[in-house]
Design a protein around this ligand. Sequence first.
Ligand SMILES: [Zn+2]
Ligand SMILES: [Zn+2]
Length: 535
Amino acid sequence: MSLRTFRNGIAGCVDENSIVGFAVEPGERKERSGLPSLASSLDTLLELRAGAKGSEYPRPDDDQSSADASACGEEEDESVVSPGQALLAKLKAEVQVTLEEKLFPKVDEKYRCPLCPFRAFAKLTRVSQHIAKYHTVKVQFCPSGTKQVKLLLALYDEDCMRGKDGQNYLQRSSDTLRQTVAPSLLSSRTDIDKFIRIVFTAAGPVYRNLDALTDGEPLRRVRNIYYTRCFAHLVVREMLLCNAKATWLKAMIPRVTQEAVARNCLTTSLLPSNVKDWWPIVEDIFTSPRLSDRKDSLLQEAVQHEEFVAISIDATMRCSQVLTVRGRTNAVLLLHAVPSEAAEVIVTALAELPAHALAQIQFIASDSPSSALARQLRRVCPNLVMLSLDPVHLAFAWEYSTWKKRTPGSKALRAVLSKLSVRDPQATAEHWGCVYEGTAPPELTPREQAQRDRIKDGGMPLRAAKQTLHTMDYSVPFYDRMEIVKAFAALSALYPEEVAKAALGANAGSQADDGVLSGLVNLAVLKALELRGGA
Ligand SMILES: [Zn+2]
Ligand SMILES: [Zn+2]
C-alpha cells in the first residue's frame, strides 16, 4: 500500500479524529523543519488520551510522500526490499566516505571491502575500484544481494525505534553477517544471497552459511526459512499463553519479537510482520513429529485416566466452525475443523481419535442431541450408553451476548444449571427409570404448560420468582419436571433484559445456536423429558 492510499483511507474514515500519526525516521524529521523533536513527540504519544481533540502535528502535504511510500513497500511483499530516501542518502554518504578514507582492513593477506561481508582483494587499489563500480545506487549501494539489504533495513528500523540517528549501515550489516555466517564465504564472491539462509532462533533471526546449516543444532525448514528447536518452543509457549484464541497469532508476533529484543537482538525486523507469513511456520511446528508424538502421548495418558468415559462435543460456529471435544475433567481431547454440525460430519471427525479412546466413550453431552445423532455416534463409539443435552452450553450462549462476562442473570442461570450436574447417591438408575429415547415425549400437564408459557412471557410474579430461586436446594438434582420449568420461568421474570439481549445475541451470533429463550424452553422441556422418560 502506498502512503498516499493509506492517507486517503484515513481521510475517508469516520474515525479520522482518533488516529494519530507520527514519524519514526529521524533523518526525515530533520529535513522537515517545524516538526517537534522525536523525544518530545514520544512524550506526547505517552500523554495521549482517547477523545482528545485537535491535531498536534501539521499534516504533511501529500506530494512529498513518495519516499515514505517506498519505505512502506517492503511491508507488502517481503521478497522486495527497498530502503526509503533517508536511508538511501545515508548509504550513499557511507560509500563516499569509505572511498575517501580508504581504510581497508587487511585480512589473510587480502584487503577487505568494509561495505561487503566477505569480498576481499589482493591489491589495495582493487578495493576502491570495486566500491566505485559495484556499490552503486542501482543496487541500493549493496552489491552482495537483498539479504544484506534486509539486514541493514532491520538495523535501521531498530535505530529508528530507539530514536537513534545511526549510520554506517553497510558496514554494520557486513559485520553482523561475518559474525553469524560460518565458515566464511569465499572472498572472491560479491553476490552472497545464494549461499546464506535465514534461521529463526529464540534469540532472533540470523543469517547462516547454507552449507553448514546441518552442522550445528537440528533445524526444521519451511519454505526458505529455517528455525531452531528453541524457536519452536518459544512459538508453542507463546501460543499457549495466548490461549490459542482466534487472534492469538497477532498477539504472539510482538511477544516473540519482544523475547528476541530482550536477548539484545538488533534485527527483529527480519521476523515476518505479516500474519500470513507466520501460518506456514506455525503449521510446520504443530505438525512436526515431536509435537504430534507429544499429542499422541497426551491422548494416551487421557485414556489411562479414563478421560473419555464422559465427553462433551460442541461444534458451535465461532470464527470458523470447529468441533471441540472435552473429556470428563474438561481436558480438550479433539479440535477439528468441520464444515457443518451434521451428525455424519461429527462422527467422521470423532473417528480420528484412537480406537481405544473411542471404545472408552460411554456418555456424550451435546448441545443438539437427537436420536439420529445417537444412532450415528454408536457406529464409532461401540460402548456409548447415553447421549444427553450439554447442561452448560446454555450459559455459554447467554454469556455470548454479554461479551463472555458473567452477569447476575448468567450467574443465576449457572446455579440453576448446576443442579443438572449434581449427583444424588441415593437416587440410583432404578429411581430415574429408563433413558429418554428421543421419541414422542409425555404430554405436559396443564400446570406445566402454564409455567412453560411464563418462560416465554417472563410473567411469573417477581416475589414468586425470587422465592423460587432462593428456596431451591442447589445441592441436589431436579426431581421433577415442574421444578425445572419453574426455575427457568423465574430466571425469565427476574432478568428480562438479559434474556432479551441473550436471545438476540445468540440469534445474531450464530446460526447453529437457537436463541437463548428457546434454549431455555427447550432445555426445560428436554431435561424434563429425560426425567420423565421412563415414567
Ligand atoms: Zn564491497
Ligand atoms: Zn455449543
